[in-house]
Structures are given as structure tokens and as C-alpha cells.
Design a protein around this ligand. Structure first.
Ligand code: ZN
Length: 207
């Protein structure tokens, strides 16, 4: 499927670390890869709002030929490594026993060049000022860091008990169930929920 026929990337997981896993999916009948090239990666990062637009532009302008494509390849292997981790741990409470497995992620996070700055606050704060987390973008590799951070946030701050795989037939989408009763079963009603409803209806009217 080329990028013109491709639907917009999906952000339905309620956790950016899982949305990144969902950047390859089979929403209809064909598999869609949203990170097939370096340009794709930049687009996904823009749509996810993980990287400010002007920073993406600077990275795009300064990258050497092929450099972004190779980062996209790295992003995909990071994604598939994390998928294995998430599938292993979903539905259970996370514990410090998983720390060893997270070593590749920690190695990546160690490369971050984040820093803080005082900026004017648009919202009401006592001083009219606030701290903003910024990041130096010295190399295109830095593009992996907000993704790594989103993964780390999922692991450290969210309850893995509620990380679920969509129950849709052949659907590979994952999400964090933040509903009150934790009864979410589908990636979305539009994709898998309605299909399941129709299938149930068909089998009821047959029976
Ligand atoms: Zn689904």
C-alpha cells in the first residue's frame, strides 16, 4: 500500500507507547505500515505531537541522504522489541523484576539531551512563568528519544494490568484500558467493535 492510499495513523491506545506499537496494523484487510521510510517517521512524529514541528523541520533539513531512512529502520526494530516486551507483560502488574529486560530502552534513554528552560506561561500560573522540557536535536537519532520516553512512561507510570490486545479477529492493535469498569475490548467501535456486533447479530438471527 503506498502512502497515498494509506489511512491516517491511529492514536486510539490511550498511551503513546502503545500508539507507537500500533504504527503497523491491519485495520481493514491489508497490513498498513506507517513507518516505512524516514519521511514516514517524521510524519508519524508530527501527528503524534511527540516532536515539535519546527524541530522536525530542522532535523529534515539537516539530515544526510539515507540518514532518516536508517533511523526509521531503527525505530521499527525498537518497536518490535517493545512489542515482545509488552505482549509478555500485558495483563499483569509490572515489577522491578522486568528491569533487566528493559536494558535496551535504558541505553537509549541515556543518550537523551533534554534540558529545561523557563518560559512564559500562557495558562494562569502564580508567576506567569513555567518550566518547559526541551531537547537538543543534534542528530536524527534523537528522534528515537521521545518514542523511548513514551515507552518508559507506559512501563513506569501506567498499570500494565490494563494493557490489552484488541479482541477483534486478526486485529493486532493494543491499548491501555482506562475505562472505569476496565471493560474495553476493542481498539475502536468503528473498526472491530461493530464487526463483532454484526457477527453476533448474524449468529443470533441464524440461531
Ligand atoms: Zn481491533
Amino acid at each position: 500500500m503506498n502512502e497515498n492510499q494509506r489511512p491516517a495513523p491511529m492514536f486510539l491506545a490511550d498511551a503513546m507507547g502503545l500508539d507507537f506499537l500500533n504504527s503497523v496494523a491491519t485495520p481493514m484487510d491489508t497490513e498498513v505500515e506507517w513507518i516505512a521510510s524516514g519521511n514516514d517517521l517524521l510524519d508519524w512524529l508530527e501527528q503524534s505531537k511527540l516532536v515539535p514541528e519546527q524541530d522536525l523541520k530542522a532535523v529534515r533539513d539537516n539530515a544526510g541522504p539515507g540518514e532518516l531512512d536508517s533511523i526509521a529502520t531503527q525505530a521499527k526494530s525498537l518497536r518490535e522489541w517493545f512489542r515482545t516486551f509488552v505482549i509478555k507483560h500485558k495483563g499483569q502488574t509490572m515489577s522491578s523484576a522486568a528491569l533487566r529486560e528493559l536494558e535496551p530502552l535504558n541505553k537509549l534513554l541515556a543518550r537523551d539531551e533534554g534540558y529545561e528552560q523557563i518560559i512564559a506561561a500562557e495558562d494562569e500560573t502564580m508567576s506567569g512563568l513555567k518550566m518547559a522540557e526541551l531537547r537538543r536535536w543534534r542528530s536524527p537519532e534523537t528522534l528515537l528519544l521521545p518514542i523511548a520516553k513514551a515507552m518508559a512512561d507506559l512501563v513506569c507510570k501506567e498499570d500494565f494490568t490494563y494493557v490489552k490486545a484488541c479482541e477483534g479477529h486478526a486485529c493486532t492493535l493494543m491499548f491501555l484500558d482506562k475505562t472505569r469498569g476496565h471493560a474495553r475490548r476493542w481498539c475502536s467501535m468503528a473498526i472491530c467493535g461493530n464487526r463483532a456486533k454484526q457477527a453476533a447479530h448474524r449468529s443470533r438471527s441464524r440461531g
